[in-house]
Write a protein that binds this ligand. Structure first.
Ligand code: PLP
Length: 276
């Protein structure tokens, strides 16, 4: 993702290639940092309060200093200033800092990856991979930390198998989430998505889609759902802030129908967010 602008807590806007994290920051050495990725529609970040709430909760779970909300809002404003009504990706990062602090807050504004719209148009292919249900607090259920090496390895494995993304399924065959997405499927009139109690990330897009589905009168079942349901779905899709609603046309080499609901929810999400 091409970096368009960068701001740092206590420093303000800096050059996009400026060094901003100390070599002894525990974020770098041990992956001790929390982050958020937001989509910016026409210069406005979507549901920034929900993302900051989740960032605060992630920081607490990892044992970081409490986030400085005002400062993070300020640096988010700085990377957006000067760019008129931009559609972009905003990342907010809150690091541990060196042992004993201080933490660093970063705001990164990047271009929306170019592969997303062509992939949405053709539909994405997914593979299922074994994932771990974060059933105990020290597995950091629902925490968005920068320790994403396993998620990135799963994405690389999906690509190696000729797919676009991976869906984690636990050892008992319960669907969890994608590597960087939440997972959905429709069978008949009912939309299904895994429960956050499974230790998955409570996606901000997931929450928005649950609201949109409710307002359309769509029946939604949320729970510990078996993977074979996904094979038998009429349509399926994933959701995230950056990818929004991404239809799945294949899972483990089996074709999935391309249904209307994914496209309808995508269009409504854009309308809600004030996007193009
Ligand atoms: C593991 C995981 N699940 C789900 C999501 C989707 O969350 P959101 O809709 O808040 O972007 C993400 C986003 O990056 C993620 O990393």
């Amino acid at each position: 993702m091409t970096l368009l602008a960068l701001a740092v807590s206590g420093r303000g806007l800096v050059s996009t290639d400026a060094p901003v994290v100390r070599a002894d920051d525990e974020a770098l050495l041990r992956g001790k940092a929390a982050f958020e990725t937001l989509r910016v529609y026409g210069g406005r970040p979507f549901r920034v309060d929900a993302h900051l709430d989740r960032l605060a909760a992630s920081a607490e779970a990892i044992g970081l200093d409490p986030i400085e909300r005002r400062e993070l809002e300020a640096i988010a404003g700085l990377v957006l200033s000067g760019l008129d009504a931009v559609d972009a990706v905003l990342r907010l990062v809150w690091t541990a800092g060196p042992v004993g602090g201080p933490p660093a807050g970063l705001a990164l504004l990047s271009e929306i990856p170019g592969w997303i719209e062509p992939t949405r148009a053709r539909g994405a292919r997914a593979v299922s991979l074994l994932g771990v249900r974060a059933a105990v607090p020290w597995l950091l259920p629902g925490v968005k930390s920068t320790s994403y090496a396993v998620n990135m390895a799963a994405e690389a494995e999906a690509k190696r198998r000729g797919a676009d993304e991976a869906v984690f399924v636990d050892g008992e065959g319960v669907v969890l989430e994608g590597t960087v997405t939440n997972v959905w499927w429709r069978r008949g009139d009912t939309l299904y998505t895994p429960a956050v109690e499974l230790g998955i990330l409570a996606g901000v897009t997931r929450a928005a889609l649950l609201e949109l589905a409710a307002s359309r009168g769509v029946r939604v079942e949320v729970g510990a759902l078996p993977f074979d349901q996904l094979y038998a779905a009429d349509e399926a899709f994933t959701s995230s802030s950056v990818r929004e609603v991404m239809p799945l046309v294949e899972i483990d080499g089996r074709s999935l129908g391309r249904g209307p609901l994914a496209d309808e929810l995508q269009a409504e999400l854009r309308r809600t967010a004030g996007g193009p």
